[in-house]
Design a protein around this ligand. Structure first.
Ligand SMILES: C[S@@+](CC[C@H](N)C(=O)[O-])C[C@H]1O[C@@H](n2cnc3c(N)ncnc32)[C@H](O)[C@@H]1O
Length: 387
């Protein structure tokens, strides 16, 4: 998913630094997991990973991409008569093959992808579209009426609604396991983001239909790290509240927000899809973009006054051997504050920092270009061994 601060493009840099530090295996915490790009890397390197984030969308990714350790088999879905009937139609198998190339088995048979491929095709191509919360509040017609929020085409919004309801129903009826539910929900979040009519964040929609937004929503098979046998745990909430209860960690990886934009306001639409709208009361939306009340998700790491003290609180509370922090040269925690904290809580002789120039994330450039000097930022990795 397009996500500010996503480290996918920096994984080689992070991996080679972990090599230099000779860090493989043990227990790690990815404290600001976001899309889980780094947590997945850590799991692939043999770490049992705990993950944490304040956003529910991240919790979905954590469960799907880090906690789940095998591709779903969907044994319970044999009970779903509509799915069974769709699978019996003559064109269903060729539909699945034309979408996924009939890969079937991955890694010499360790992962059988067929049940997942079939379920994804059923959800995005055989399930009847349905008008529910996303269609009513975040969709617009081809020629939008005044006041319509142009985040999704009507057709895609209705498919998102239908899939989200179906996942809820399957879970309530115990037809899918927790891992299976979160893998499908993660696939929905990724697919919805790829057809969202935004420049990358949901703080605004684009006022004309972009080419990605008029394509039909299609679910993809995620690339999971499977068969490790590692015990990984996902957490939702403020990491400062969590860290004291976690016990000893070999590695604490930190990738906090680096500016004053609150993630909850920039990703409120996928956040709603992640959380659903199935409580007693529908979520109340406000304003042009349909924001939700989310004061519990405001992060002190995204405030100039709060970010330095938050770093200090976290290092004070954690029991870890190694700390690695990703941050860039435009971040709001002053460099001297990071320096002071790392020297204070760590063994000063082990403290170091490496940097790499990096092309700016597109949505950053679009919205805040005037504040920035150019198209590149320097991404740093700060390391210290704690005392
Ligand atoms: C720079 S992003 C992390 C990106 C992630 N490493 C990736 O590759 O996708 C920062 C993340 O910190 C989360 N966050 C902000 N305040 C937090 C807090 N107090 N506790 C836990 N997570 C927090 C945000 O929701 C956001 O997902």
């Amino acid at each position: 998913m397009r996500y500010i601060g996503n480290k996918t493009k920096l994984l080689r840099f992070i991996a080679s630094y972990l090599d230099d530090l000779d860090l493989h295996g043990g227990r790690a915490l990815d404290a600001f997991a976001g899309t889980t790009a780094v947590a997945r890397l850590l799991k692939a390197r043999g770490f049992a990973v705990d993950t944490c984030d304040i956003m529910s969308l991240s919790y979905v990714f954590q469960r799907a991409y880090v906690v789940a350790d095998e591709y779903p088999r969907f044994r319970g879905l044999a009970e779903d008569s509509d799915l069974r009937a769709a699978k019996l139609t003559p064109e269903f198998r060729s539909h699945v093959e034309s979408r996924f190339g009939g890969q079937g088995d991955l890694f010499g048979g360790i992962a059988n992808l067929q049940p997942l491929e079939e379920t994804l095709v059923y959800l995005d191509s055989y399930l009847e579209p349905r008008s529910s919360f996303i269609d009513v509040n975040f969709a617009a017609s081809e020629s939008p009426a005044e006041g319509q929020r142009m985040y999704f085409s009507r057709r895609n919004a209705q498919q998102i609604d239908a899939i989200r309801h179906k996942l809820q129903d399957w879970r309530a009826a115990d037809l899918v396991t927790d891992d299976e539910f979160f893998i499908l929900l993660a696939a929905l979040l990724e697919a919805a983001d790829s057809v969202a009519n935004t420049a990358g964040v949901y703080a605004a929609f684009v006022k004309a239909w972009q080419s990605n937004a008029v394509k039909p929503l299609r679910l993809s098979v995620p690339d999971l790290v499977v068969g490790t046998g590692l015990s990984c745990v996902a957490h939702r909430g403020d990491v400062v509240d969590l860290v004291g209860d976690l016990g000893h960690l070999d590695l604490l990886y930190l990738d906090p927000p680096y500016n004053t934009r609150q993630y909850s306001a920039y990703y409120h639409v996928p956040e709603l899809i992640a959380e659903g709208w199935f409580g007693a009361k529908l979520p109340t939306l406000r304003g042009k973009t349909g924001l939700i009340k989310d004061s519990h998700k405001k992060s002190q790491w995204s405030t100039r006054a709060g970010c330095g003290p938050a770093l200090e609180q976290l290092l004070e509370a954690v029991d870890a051997t190694h700390v690695l922090l990703s941050y860039n040269n435009e971040g709001i925690i002053p460099e001297r504050e990071i320096d002071r904290c790392f020297r204070h809580y760590g063994v000063a002789s082990t403290y170091r920092r490496v940097g790499k120039e990096y092309k700016r994330y597109r949505a950053d450039r679009d919205s805040e270009a005037r504040q920035y000097s150019g198209d590149h930022v320097t991404e740093y990795l700060y390391y210290v061994r704690l005392r």
